[in-house]
Design a protein around this ligand. Sequence first.
Ligand SMILES: *Cc1c(COP(=O)(O)O)cnc(C)c1O
Length: 394
Amino acid sequence: MPIRSFNPPIRTLMGPGPSDVHPRILEALSRPTIGHLDPAFINMMDELKELLQYAFQTKNALTMPVSAPGSAGMETCFVNLVEPGDKVIVCQNGAFGGRMKENVERCGGLPIMVEDAWGEAIDIGKLEEALKTHADAKIVAMVHAETSTGAQSDVASLVKLAQAHDCLTIVDAVTSLGGTPLKVDSWGIDAIYSGSQKCLSCTPGLSPVSFNERALEKVRNRRTKVQSWFMDLNLVMGYWGEGAKRAYHHTAPINALYSLHEALLILKEEGLENAWDRHLKNHLALKAGLEAMGLEFIVKETDRLPQLNAVTIPAGVDDAAVRSRLLNEYNLEIGAGLGALAGKVWRIGLMGHSSCAENILLCVGALESVLGEMGADIKLGVALPAMHKALSSD
Ligand SMILES: *Cc1c(COP(=O)(O)O)cnc(C)c1O
């Protein structure tokens, strides 16, 4: 068979990311490529920065997308802020906190782990204990929205506590940005990173980051060079910094940046608060349907993320068979469990453009149909009415 152009099937993406990409964003991606130092492009970069500042709710001058996925945004925060020998408290309540530990170790830092069970929010009492025991800790790192479990942590309070103990804070907002309330400046977050493909509904491959002055002071006064040349902010800022005079650092992913600009513009047009409300409303409708059917959430109600719904798989049901039937018969992707939760839960994403009434009706309808045919122990015929009721209540 000769190789032909690749034409992907049309899917509905309701997993842990990527989410459905808005057609306007795909169209932006296909606009003509221009030079990365073209004045028209530089002007677009300035707008992009302003749109990102709005999404993050920050005035931080260093707010820009790293030219690589969310994991690279994570790494940018750690390699710039952690110096060899630094004690870093890492709050872990799921898969992504574990990656933070890896990052600290690879920077030569000493991770102090504060662990909570998967599915729980970060316990502020445990962080306080750790801060008292390790008075020499320099940084506290935490995940706002744990995509592996669907738990949301109280970042505002955790950051405030860390600052009272003179620590800088690194926050993972990959899944929270655009989907759930997040206010970088008023919460006092020092360094934060996100991703393009979750609640921003953009194509994958970019990681918005933002650093405040306190964090930059630490970067400027390092005793050692940042071990990554590509991610060293001292160098990246020559391209993304203020003013018209930009120097070549790396060739920016030009078209991908058009698409992020469009994604952020869509968010601005909708309004951040309206986007947060939409995510919540659709989550409540999905929850009404899934719970009526008899599926249970693994996170307690007060700590649930609206954009990531982790529910237990009914006893005796073949996880992979259900997901492949959803994909093959309904063109619907939902997420599998990660790590310790593999085979135990499904993760249903309602992120960005994917968070809409038609998607939840499709997902719950398709799940009910597939599970019903497999003879799973669920209640039939009650999910859709429960969802319709939730969707029509304001
Ligand atoms: C998806 C995700 C990441 C990693 O982002 P990539 O774009 O896959 O590299 C990091 N943290 C959290 C919480 C995530 O959900």
